[in-house]
Design a protein around this ligand. Structure first.
Ligand SMILES: CC(C)(COP(=O)(O)OP(=O)(O)OC[C@H]1O[C@@H](n2cnc3c(N)ncnc32)[C@H](O)[C@@H]1OP(=O)(O)O)[C@@H](O)C(=O)NCCC(=O)NCCS
Length: 176
């Protein structure tokens, strides 16, 4: 898959670069991101962050689209990604750095990437899962037009090692 850049108001959604590694290292160490976007494979150090951005910059498998969210000045605000792209389906994930929260960054990035997935990737269904214990993420899902479809019981092990119930939300290309 070819790299793309997307804009949403004053936000830029662009592929990850090696130079993002220090900011990613700091972000992945944020307690809320460590809890709700848990990483596997060891401590989050410089090497880990560099591998993380390189994996996310490699779209050659065609199964994911991973974008950094930055402001007009290039400051890293967050991450938004489509995972498990397969046969018209995908799932979406995201986080924003603490300083960027509460300004609509996650909602605008999720809406922009979802719209692009429907028009350019021709996907039909994008799913969004979040822990029931993470109401901010539920709000992002609702505001981005992802309809709530149900509760998955103890469906995912989060950063503290516990399994949590999750809400499943989804948007269809045919939703209004
Ligand atoms: C969840 C997260 C991505 C939201 O990012 P954000 O850029 O602040 O989101 P937005 O500003 O676009 O929207 C946040 C919405 O959630 C609401 N919100 C924030 N904290 C909340 C809370 N504790 N309870 C309920 N709603 C909350 C905001 O009021 C806002 O809704 P509004 O626009 O109706 O006022 C961010 O807090 C984050 O990265 N958290 C840690 C990691 C995480 O949870 N990732 C998602 C895993 S599924």
């Amino acid at each position: 898959m070819e790299h793309v850049e997307l804009t949403a108001d004053d936000l830029l959604l662009r592929p990850w670069r090696d130079a993002d590694a220090p900011a990613v290292r700091a972000a992945l160490r944020d307690p809320a991101i460590a809890q709700w976007n848990p990483q596997s494979g060891g401590p989050v150090d410089d090497e880990y962050a560099l591998l993380w951005v390189r994996r996310r910059a490699d779209w050659s498998g065609g199964d994911h689209v991973s974008l950094a969210i930055t402001d007009a000045g290039g400051e890293l605000l967050g991450s938004v990604s489509l995972h498990h792209i397969h046969h018209g389906d995908a799932s979406i994930g995201y986080w924003t750095v603490p300083a960027a929260r509460g300004r609509g960054v996650a909602v605008r990035a999720v809406v922009r990437l979802t719209d692009w997935a429907f028009t350019d990737l021709r996907l039909h269904r994008v799913e969004l899962c979040h822990a029931v214990a993470n109401p901010a993420s539920c709000r992002v899902a609702d505001r981005a037009g992802y309809a709530a479809e149900g509760t998955l019981r103890e469906s995912y092990q989060y950063g503290d090692g516990r399994r949590y119930d999750e809400h499943l939300h989804a948007r269809l290309a045919t939703d209004r």
